[in-house]
Design a protein around this ligand. Structure first.
Ligand code: DLL
Length: 433
């Protein structure tokens, strides 16, 4: 039987959800107008005042916020409460430019923890469970978010943080961890290490995993489920909106329920900014309606996905988003063709390769080149040149039919691609260097 952390909220009627959203949106717009001069100016420039926003139908009138706005406002420009009311910051792992710093009041943290608790209960967690949190702790939101959720559910929490894989496995076995929380690439690495230690899935006490923070394919889910002998659940979120738990998967494993009592989701055309009808693929935009310290209205995530309100067999009524294919800025444009790293991952895993690969993009003589380095399994590894070139050709053909362009494939020895303990770095685009 499906269990919920907050059944009255998670299975509320659509009318009830809309009523919460309408009421909270109106309050939130007023809160931001009164306390965030930067956004107030943006509203004035668009000719919109708080009185114009009476319900979610008026959402489209509000201006968007983008990563660029966050950069301009660093660090305090979007803060909506006095600093003395804040108890924590978290920050993005951003590799370029200024980091995003997000502020939280104690109430913001309590609500965030509840969102993560919903995800843990949806994955079958109860106070009988032992939950190992192997997301990084610190400025990254993964560790603190799932840690808070695990406490709310009453699980015994093991805050290992990421890294030291052998010790992770030791704790999982010695303390009977039943739920593992980490990035999917780290889960795959933990699985690979267990296999090397000669452990079979039934010797591992884990029953569920809550994996997110990066794009991962259905094929990778299968792979992780098989090696660890668990059910693998997706979880999504971003620092700007709190962290993990903006949405999470239920037993159906067909997309993630967005916590609509806290976030209003829209899908827009990333080029024109036009709001698209339900079922269209586009850029996900969020309005946080309960956060007090750092409330973002119409924040453009750059994540590409689809929304659906079709009834879900789990009984939850909140809208579902499909797995994001990746950020629109992760999308590679190679010789004019749009390529998502997750499409390449699908081809590799379908051909029996492990999810250890690297995508190298360059420009030679004014032409883009795509070189995919793929690790072989020890069983595939051989010095038979004919066999290796047969394998390479098979992958080149598979990639051509998936992407519509010709890539170079380089098969590399087992264990030669560096493993990730957090978010994996899959792409090296030398055109940008
Ligand atoms: O990654 C928060 C998080 C931690 C989510 C732990 C889930 C689990 P940021 O570092 O700010 O926050 O990165 C946010 O990561 O805009 C997506 O592009 C990507 N992302 C997060 N979850 C998923 C997912 C955390 N399940 C950015 N699938 C987001 C695909 C994801 N991409």
């Amino acid at each position: 039987m499906e269990r919920y952390y907050q059944p009255e909220i998670e299975t509320a009627s659509r009318e009830q959800i809309k009523a919460w959203q309408d009421e909270r949106l109106v309050k939130q717009v007023r809160h931001v107008w009164d306390h965030v001069p930067y956004y107030r100016k943006k509203m004035e420039e668009k000719g919109v005042a708080p009185e114009d926003i009476r319900s979610t139908e008026d959402l489209y009138k509000l201006p968007f916020l983008s990563k660029e706005d966050l950069r301009i406002c660093y660090p305090y420009g979007l803060l909506a409460v006095p600093l003395r009311d804040c108890v924590r910051i978290q920050s993005t792992s951003g590799t370029t430019g200024k980091r995003v710093v997000a502020f939280y009041t104690q109430e913001d943290i309590d609500l965030w923890d509840e969102c993560c608790a919903r995800a843990i209960v949806a994955a079958g967690g109860t106070n009988e469970d032992v939950c190992q949190v192997s997301y990084g702790y610190g400025l990254f939101t993964g560790g603190p978010g799932l840690n808070g959720g695990s406490h709310k559910v009453g699980c015994l929490t093991i805050p290992t943080s990421s890294g030291n894989t052998e010790r992770q496995i030791m704790f999982i076995r010695d303390l009977n961890a039943t739920i593992l929380c980490c990035t999917p690439s780290y889960a795959a690495y933990i699985g690979e290490t267990m296999k090397e230690m000669g452990l079979t899935p039934d010797e591992i006490p884990l029953k569920a995993g809550i994996f997110g923070a990066e794009a991962w394919s259905e094929e990778m889910r299968q792979e992780i489920q098989n090696t660890l002998g668990i059910k693998a659940y997706d979880i999504y979120g971003l620092t700007e909106l709190s962290g993990p738990g903006v949405s999470f998967e239920c037993s159906e494993q067909t997309g993630m329920h967005i916590n609509e009592d806290h976030f209003i989701a829209e899908i827009i055309d990333p080029v024109t900014g036009e709001v698209l009808p339900e079922g269209s693929q586009g850029e996900l935009v969020f309005t946080s309606i309960t956060k007090k310290a750092f409330p973002l209205l119409r924040y453009r995530t750059r994540d590409i996905c689809t929304l659906t309100r079709k009834p879900c067999s789990c009984g939850r009524t909140h809208v579902k988003m499909t797995k994001p294919q990746g950020r629109s800025d992760d999308m590679l444009i190679i010789r004019g063709v749009n390529v998502f790293p997750s499409q390449i991952e699908t081809v590799l895993l379908n051909h029996g390769y492990p999810a250890n690969y690297q995508i190298l993009v360059d420009r030679v003589n004014h032409t883009d080149t795509l070189d995919v380095h793929v690790e072989m399994t020890p069983e595939m590894f051989s010095d038979n040149v004919g066999e290796i070139s047969r394998r390479q050709k098979e992958l080149v053909d598979g990639l051509r039919s998936m992407l519509g362009l010709t890539a170079k494939v380089t098969l590399v020895a087992p264990k030669s691609i560096v493993r990730s303990e957090g978010k994996a770095v899959r792409v090296i685009d030398k055109r940008k260097i």
